[in-house]
Ligand binder design. Structure first.
Ligand code: FAD
Length: 477
């Protein structure tokens, strides 16, 4: 790293992937950074553990390529040789209908001709190009019901939103969750016409489900934050809870902190808030109480991740896919199972398989708070019923996320505008995180890089760079 003398200090609040990626980018551009995180280990929701010989992901399992921001970061960190693509056994997506698990082709045309949908549902789909444009924003459920009919909502979008966001399509904004679908409607008057106009196969690969490839790392997802933490070295300070961001009369900010030793404070010339929405709301409240309240009000329903390892011959299902999702109308106790040892090689010991079940979310928040033994029993019963798992698993693990993923509703647009105004009103203050441009790790990295670019521009102006030197240690404010 090449830092210049007398540099302004940028404090980055939060050492999840958002904060770490932002800090690394700013450090790469020669800026002085300090990342503060309340936990001892970096990575936030990215948690990989070795348990009973299985490689267990308790947070994200994979990232999806193409993702230029994340892939560029991985190359810069020298992690390219650690990267692994999805396993060869991944051939299907599975959905539950009528209490049974159905294989669906990954290719979209095969998906709709597969016989999974009723004739009525398919005819309704063909009417989509003739449906008029809807409002600027609406819930995912309203959008899908209006354009594609109720069967696609129940059997495609509901399980998808449950699987990706642990969310309820009746409450989430289509603009926030699936902005590209809404754009197709707004620009082309129809999603199907929009897709055809872009000649599905040859267009932007982000629109093409066949070219979207999950990838991870040999040692699991936690390799990414670990490598970022190594690159930051002493510029990552764990065990520090940020309690508030306060503007200083002469410019810059004072952070109130709580550490083991008690309360302290720190001066910073610029601040990047890379916290979950509920924590960002608290620390920004001294600057903008209404916005702080609005951020704190974003729902994060709890979710429980239950991992189960079985001997291969104890599970009758071929497990030849990503996993299985369950529509709400099927009334199951899991949002779905990921076939973790099919998705990536060497997640389970020889002769064994690893299943990851997700319970709770907006659909059944109470399930995610059940005691460990009850959760294990539910996940085991579902594995038996849906996947033919027999006997006791050789590995069973539970990770509780009491505040899971953010659920952007129809008020998200106002909130984003509020954050833009905040950055405009307080030069040197920047906000990023998984509640802004999508929850996926790759979306977080893109949002973090965008925040780093805004901070870089600020720091390169006279306003940012003429500040007095700061040492990255907590000092009486
Ligand atoms: C169960 C689960 C499965 C998922 N699966 C996938 C997947 O397969 N693929 C995918 O791409 N994404 C997935 N995600 C989403 C993705 O993991 C997250 O959206 C992303 O990691 C969020 O990163 P972040 O840095 O924005 O927030 P976080 O990871 O939450 O990091 C925020 C950090 O801020 C710190 N912090 C909080 N309050 C304070 C404070 N007051 N002071 C100091 N520090 C504080 C926390 O300790 C934490 O380290 C999943 C998430 C979950 C929970």
């Amino acid at each position: 790293m090449n830092t210049r003398p007398h540099q302004p200090l940028t404090a980055i609040l939060g050492g999840g992937i958002s904060g770490l990626a932002c800090a690394f980018e700013l450090q790469r551009h020669g800026h002085e950074v300090l990342v503060l995180d309340r936990r001892a280990a970096p990575g936030g929701r990215i948690r990989t553990q070795r348990q009973d010989g299985f490689l267990v992901e308790q947070g994200p399992n994979s990232m999806i390529a193409p993702a230029s921001g994340a892939e560029g970061l991985i190359e810069r960190l020298g992690l390219g040789d650690q990267r692994i693509d999805k396993g060869e056994g991944v051939r299907h997506r599975y959905l539950v209908r009528g209490g049974r698990v159905h294989a669906l082709p990954i290719d979209p045309l095969g998906f709709f001709t597969s016989g999974f949908f009723s004739l009525k549902g398919r005819l309704r789909l063909l009417a989509e190009p003739f449906i008029g444009r809807g409002p600027e924003d609406e819930t995912v459920a309203a959008f899908v019901r209006r354009r594609f009919g109720p069967e696609l909502l129940d059997y495609v979008f509901d399980p998808l939103v449950g699987g990706l966001y642990s969310g309820d399509p009746e409450r989430l904004s289509i603009r926030a969750l699936l902005p590209r679908l809404k754009q197709l409607e707004l620009r082309h008057g129809s999603v199907i016409r929009g897709v055809l106009a872009k000649k599905w196969a040859g267009m932007d690969p982000r629109f093409d489900p066949r070219r979207r490839m999950p990838f991870s790392f040999r040692q699991g997802m936690a390799v990414l934050p670990q490598r970022l933490a190594e690159a930051l070295g002493p510029r990552l300070r764990p065990g520090v809870r940020v309690e508030g961001v306060h503007p200083r009369a002469g410019g810059g900010f004072r952070l109130s902190l709580r550490e083991r030793s008690g309360t302290t404070s720190l001066r910073a010339d610029a601040v990047v808030v890379a916290l979950p929405a509920y924590a960002a709301g608290r620390v920004l409240a001294p600057i903008d109480p209404a916005l702080g309240q609005s951020l704190a009000s974003i729902e994060h329903p709890p979710i429980a991740v239950v991992t189960q390892g079985y001997r291969r011959d104890r599970v009758s299902h071929p497990l030849d896919g990503f996993g299985v999702l369950t529509p709400k109308v099927e009334g199951r106790n899991v949002l779905g199972f990921l076939f973790s040892s099919t998705l990536f090689a060497r997640r389970a010991p020889e002769g064994h398989v690893l299943l990851t079940a997700y319970l709770g979310g907006a659909r059944q928040p109470g399930l995610a708070l059940l005691p460990r033994e009850e959760l294990l029993a539910l996940a085991r019963a579902e594995a038996a019923d849906l996947l033919g798992a027999r006997g006791a698993p050789v590995h069973a693990g539970v990770r509780y996320w009491r505040q899971g993923l953010p659920q952007p509703g129809l008020d998200q647009g106002i909130r984003i505008e509020g954050l833009r105004n905040l950055e405009g009103a307080w030069p040197g203050l920047f906000v990023t995180g998984n509640y802004l441009g999508g929850v996926s790790t790759t979306a977080c990295i893109d949002s973090a890089h965008a925040a780093a670019a805004r901070a870089d521009a600020f720091l390169n102006t006279r306003e940012g760079s003429c500040r007095k030197p700061r040492t990255p240690t907590a000092a009486a404010g």
